[in-house]
Structures are given as structure tokens and as C-alpha cells.
Design a protein around this ligand. Structure first.
Ligand SMILES: Nc1ncnc2c1ncn2[C@@H]1O[C@H](COP(=O)(O)OP(=O)(O)O)[C@@H](O)[C@H]1O
Ligand SMILES: [Mg+2]
Length: 511
């Protein structure tokens, strides 16, 4: 486990982009090919230069043999004909080196009657210099060889190609040619190939980066399309998914084009699903709106007739009077629910509100005095700024928002609860807050508080209603309407509740 962790981390630290990987692969392969070509060329060149040097060496050996032979007894006549072979004593290295047409840098060693003479012509000055004992010993190690060999003489001389031969007069001699030329030419070729390869690699890297970026650009456009789509709020409301990958990037004959066309097909598919969802939502909304609208008239009739009967002046048994009173109050409650549902359905449709500057100060004064009249057991406080504050909004709807919040502070708290309604200005926004010191909002409601039909302790109210007690008016639609109206005003509603303090805050754009 401990060993696996760092490896995983390092693998995820800096992922290589496709572009980087492609460019580095191309450059790496090209470098490998260039290196192989360079090494093979240098080796071949060296071998062929060595062959040529061996040919030169062979002719130097021949000439040297002639030079030495010229001093021998068996070929006395020809010695006079040879210019340069002016040595008429014992055969020495000098007689080879000062021979005709000998190349610069030539090295010679002559072993004659237990005497060794050595020497080489310095390539620059042309002066004949002697070899050191150490170098002679190195050469002596190769004396028995018949084919040309390479000997490292060290110091200024470096590598030499040497060959041993016996002259016609029986003298053993060794002739050598410097390898410096071969080495220099090979090194020069290596440097040239290296430089040209390097320049080629740079050019190829630049071109490859450019080509790869060009080839990957459609992917970037697809990413942009996908990102834009991902930011759309597809889960709610009416949204149209029109964004598509540009037609140029959807050619199915290319790999990238196939990705593009697959993405477009997927977007088409999502769009169709979205349209189906929106259509069914529209249908449900329309149904709710129609149903609530249709229910209004019969409800008004029920209310009207029961009221009429109750006030007809006829003597009715007390039970019948009670039942009529219940019919009336329940039809009022149902009318309220139906109105709320209709309002929610219209807000869902996104119907335009009648936006105008609304004096929030006046609105709060009215709302609090209404609440005071309805809830005499509560303590109502109002905290207003010195200057009147105006917001942009639909006045009846805003009245409803405040009324709902104040009704909650009255209905869901015990008698004697203090409610503070305050108005403030904050960041160019009007902020209305309603605070009570009641028991607080039940914990299980915190998530669904602003959803439709979300209400706390419903069983208690239902039980009370079933027993025929006066209705509490709890429907769970109040805060849903608050949220929907505030959202339609581009405002915001927040809640902060704990036992002993519950605060609803509504912020609205100022006029
Ligand atoms: N000020 C408050 N104090 C305690 N509970 C509250 C308060 N306001 C709202 N609630 C809780 O939130 C629920 C939802 O409120 P609302 O949407 O207005 O529905 P309703 O008032 O019809 O029950 C209420 O049933 C109640 O349990
Ligand atoms: Mg309510």
C-alpha cells in the first residue's frame, strides 16, 4: 500500500497532452534514425579511408623496399638511377624517409645487423625526427605481423598504420602512415551529420507541433461546445439546446469528425428528451391552471349559497348552523388554496409581473397592522429606515409575500411570541427581514421548506381538522409562493432558524 501510493501520485502529477506526446514521439524517432544514419556513415567512411591509407602504405612499403634495395649489393646498377637514394652506407630509416615521393608524416624503422634506426617526417616542418625508445618498443611488438596494423604511439604521433617487410637485401624494415587524417575526416563527418540532424530535429519539432495543433483544433472546438452545453441549466424551466459542433468538424471520414458527429447526435438526442420533458411539464402546468380556474366558480357558489342559507333568517337546528359555518369556512380555505395554485401555475409559466416602483415602507406598515389585527396575542414590532425605501416589483404579489411570512410567524408560534419586521438597504438591495422568537422550523423541513405542500407537523393539523376543529389554514404553499414571487422579482429569500429565533430575509432590487 505504502509503495503503491507514490507511484500512483507520480503517474497523475503531470499528464502528457496528446500534442506533447505526438511531437516528442516524432522527434524521438527522427533522432533515432539520424543517429543510426550518422553512426553507419562514419563507420563506412572510416573503413574506406583506412582501405585507401592501406593502399598508400603498400606503395610506401614498395618504394621503401626499393630505397633500401638500392644500397644492397645485388642491385648496385639501379641505385644510381634513383634520385634521393643517396645513402651509400648501411641501410637506415633515413634512407627510407629521404627516398623519393614519400608522403608527409611517414614513419620508418630499419633493423639491420642488430642495429635499429628509426625516424619520421614531421608533417608540418618536414624535418626528420627520431622515435623514443618507448615508441620503438611499441612498434617492435608488431614486427612479426604481415598485414597492416594500427598502433597507438601516444604523444604527438597518435595512431599509425604500420606494416613490416623484408627488403631484397634481407633487411627487416617497418613503414607507417599517420591515421590523424582518417580520424579528422571521420570526426568532421560526424560533426556535420550531428549539426544537420540537430537543425532537422528543431525544424521537424516546430512543424510537428504546428501540424498536431492544427489537427487537434476541432477537438478544442468540441470541448468548447460541450462546456457551453454543460453550463446550461437543463434541469428546470424552458431551455433550448441549440449549440452544436460546427459542421466542418463532423466529417465522418476522419476520426475527429466522427467524435464531432457523435457529439452532435448525442446533443440532438438530449434536445429531444428535453423538449419532451418541457412539453409534459407545460401540460401539467396548464392542467393545474385550468383546474384551479374552473374550481373558482363552483367554490364561489358553495360559499354564496351557504352564506345565503345561514342568513336567511330561518330557524335552523344548532347542528345544521354549525355545519353551514364549517362549509363556509372550508370553502374559503379551499378558495385560498385554489388561488395559490393558480398563482404558482402562472409564475411557473413565467408570466410577466406588473413591475413598478413599490414603497416598501408603506407596504410593511400595512402588513404589520393587518397581522396585529389578526394576532392580538403576539407582540409586533416594526423597524423602518428614516427614508422611505422603494423596490421594483408587483405590489399585490409583494404584499402576499410579506403576508405569508407574517402569517407563518403568527400561526407556527405560540401566543406571546415577539415578531420583528425590519427594512434595510444592503448592496443596492432592499432587505426585508421577519424575525420571531418562536420554536423555530422543524429540522426535517429544512431541505424542503420552500417546496410546494411542504409543512411541518402536518399530522397534528389534519387530526385537528378531522375532529372538526377550526382550520389552521396550513397548506404548505405559503413559502413556495414566497420563493416563486421573489425569484420572479430577481430577488433572493433566505432563512435562518433555530429554537428561539427564526429569521426570513427577502432581498429585492431597489427602484
Ligand atoms: N416562523 C416560523 N416558525 C416556525 N415554523 C415555521 C415558520 N414559518 C414556516 N414554518 C414551518 O414551515 C412550514 C411551511 O410553511 P408554509 O409554506 O408557509 O406552509 P403553511 O404555513 O401553509 O404550513 C410550516 O408548516 C411550518 O412548519
Ligand atoms: Mg404559511
Amino acid at each position: 500500500m505504502q509503495q503503491r501510493m507514490p507511484r500512483r501520485l507520480s503517474r497523475h502529477r503531470s499528464p502528457w497532452t496528446l500534442q506533447r506526446r505526438l511531437v516528442l514521439t516524432v522527434v524521438g524517432l527522427l533522432a533515432l534514425v539520424s543517429l543510426t544514419i550518422g553512426v553507419v556513415s562514419v563507420v563506412i567512411l572510416r573503413a574506406s579511408l583506412l582501405d585507401r591509407l592501406d593502399v598508400q602504405l603498400a606503395s610506401a612499403v614498395d618504394r621503401s623496399g626499393v630505397a633500401l634495395g638500392g644500397v644492397g649489393d645485388n642491385d648496385g646498377d639501379r641505385s644510381g638511377d634513383l634520385p634521393g637514394s643517396r645513402y651509400f652506407g648501411t641501410p637506415t630509416a633515413d634512407s627510407i624517409l629521404s627516398g623519393p615521393a614519400q608522403p608527409p608524416g611517414l614513419l620508418a624503422l630499419v633493423y639491420d645487423k642488430a642495429t635499429i634506426t628509426t625516424g619520421y617526417t614531421d608533417d608540418r616542418s618536414g624535418v626528420i625526427e627520431a622515435l623514443t625508445t618507448q615508441q620503438v618498443r611499441l612498434l617492435a611488438d608488431h614486427v612479426n605481423q604481415l598485414a597492416p596494423v594500427t598502433v597507438d604511439l601516444g604523444g604527438e604521433l597518435g595512431d599509425y598504420r604500420v606494416q613490416v617487410e623484408t627488403s631484397r637485401s634481407g633487411t627487416l624494415y617497418l613503414v607507417g602512415l599517420p591515421l590523424t587524417g582518417v580520424a579528422a575526416t571521420a570526426a568532421q563527418l560526424a560533426v556535420i551529420i550531428g549539426l544537420v540532424s540537430l537543425a532537422g530535429l528543431v525544424v521537424v519539432a516546430v512543424i510537428a507541433a504546428w501540424v498536431v495543433r492544427l489537427a487537434l483544433r476541432p477537438l478544442q472546438r468540441m470541448t468548447a461546445t460541450a462546456t457551453r452545453v454543460a453550463q446550461l441549466p437543463l434541469d428546470r424551466g424552458e431551455v433550448s439546446l441549440d449549440d452544436r459542433v460546427p459542421a466542418g468538424d463532423t466529417d465522418p471520414r476522419t476520426e475527429v469528425g466522427r467524435v464531432g458527429s457523435a457529439l452532435n447526435r448525442m446533443l440532438d438526442h438530449v434536445n429531444r428528451a428535453l423538449e419532451a420533458r418541457q412539453a409534459s411539464e407545460r401540460k401539467v402546468r396548464q392542467f393545474v391552471a385550468d383546474a384551479s380556474h374552473e374550481l373558482r366558480t363552483p367554490l364561489a357558489s358553495i360559499r354564496g349559497y351557504s352564506e345565503l342559507t345561514r342568513r336567511s333568517g330561518q330557524e335552523l337546528p344548532p347542528d345544521a348552523m354549525h355545519a353551514l359555518g364549517r362549509i363556509e369556512s372550508e370553502s374559503v380555505r379551499m378558495t385560498g388554496i385554489v388561488e395559490d395554485l393558480l398563482l404558482l401555475a402562472r409564475l411557473d409559466e413565467g408570466r410577466e409581473l406588473d413591475m413598478q416602483p413599490v414603497d416598501l415602507t408603506m407596504l410593511l406598515v400595512d402588513a404589520v397592522s393587518d397581522a396585529h389585527a389578526a394576532g392580538r396575542d403576539h407582540v409586533w414590532n416594526l423597524d423602518l429606515p428614516d427614508e422611505p425605501l422603494k423596490a421594483i416589483g408587483d405590489e399585490p404579489r409583494l404584499r402576499q409575500v410579506i403576508a405569508n411570512l407574517l402569517a407563518n410567524a403568527r400561526v407556527h408560534t405560540n401566543a406571546g411570541t415577539t415578531v420583528l419586521v425590519a427594512l434595510d438597504e444592503h448592496d443596492e438591495r432592499a432587505v426585508i427581514s421577519v424575525t420571531d422568537d418562536g420554536p423555530g422550523i422543524p429540522e426535517e423541513l429544512s431541505v424542503t421548506l420552500f417546496e410546494r405542500f411542504a409543512r411541518g407537523d402536518s399530522s397534528r393539523f389534519r387530526a385537528a381538522n378531522a375532529a372538526g376543529a377550526p382550520s389552521t389554514g396550513s397548506t404548505g404553499l405559503g413559502l413556495a409562493i414566497v420563493a416563486a414571487v421573489v425569484a420572479a422579482h430577481h430577488g433572493e429569500v433566505t432563512v435562518d432558524s433555530r429554537p428561539g429565533q427564526t429569521t426570513f430575509r427577502v432581498s429585492l432590487p431597489m427602484a
